[in-house]
Ligand binder design. Structure first.
Ligand code: ADP
Length: 182
């Protein structure tokens, strides 16, 4: 699915985020920034060791990356020039500020892209794998955070890259359901 939010192209596709040619891709990292499973492992495998080396430097400078925050490295061997590493919350029932923290992860990633003058970026479905965040609720937060950000800023493109057809369907349904919400 492709649509526009003001002047920004918004794309929802099924695919592998490591293969995207947007200027940046977003990694669903963990607080250690030292790699992990899922999309994090895939990005480090495809991007090569320079990404890990840069993550280690960031850690040495500022310590771990708190949940909801974001940091940036180059893209190593990836087509993307940059990787924005953000840490989504672990789902633990919904009463530990998970919604706010997930919102922060998207918002801080978008802010970092804006500050760097990045024109296009791809997001995975943050927190909905190993971290167990319910996908429909996560999709609502992801899409509304992006939509609100795009009221005040224009990228060439913001892309959501969903790993499974099922996840893509959820994101598309949530988009249709909420698109006219203010
Ligand atoms: P988290 O720990 O934030 O839940 P995961 O990596 O476990 O992160 O999962 C987040 C989402 O990323 C899941 O929907 C998972 O299916 C998806 N995913 C895993 N590998 C890739 C990939 N190469 N490209 C895009 N999405 C991926």
């Amino acid at each position: 699915m492709q649509t526009r939010v003001n002047k920004t192209r918004l794309t929802l596709i099924q695919g592998d985020i490591t293969e995207q040619e947007t200027e940046a891709i977003v990694n669903a990292a963990n607080t250690t920034l030292l790699g992990g499973g899922g999309v994090d492992g895939a990005i480090h495998r495809a991007g090569g060791l320079t990404i890990l080396e840069e993550c280690k430097k960031i850690r040495a400078k500022q310590g771990e990356c708190p949940t909801g925050e974001a940091v940036i490295t180059t893209g190593g061997n990836l087509k993307a020039k940059y990787v924005i590493h953000t840490v989504g919350p672990v789902w633990s029932g919904g009463k530990r500020k998970e919604d706010t923290l997930l919102h922060n992860a998207y918002k801080n990633s978008l802010s970092l892209a804006k500050d760097k003058g990045i024109g296009s970026l791809s997001f995975p479905s943050i927190s909905t794998g190993a971290y167990g965040f319910p996908i429909e609720r996560a999709a609502e937060i992801a899409l509304s955070t992006v939509r609100n950000f795009l009221k005040g800023y224009t990228f060439e493109e913001v892309r959501f890259v969903l790993f499974s057809e099922k996840d893509l369907n959820v994101y598309e349904e949530v988009w249709e359901k909420t698109v006219n919400r203010v």
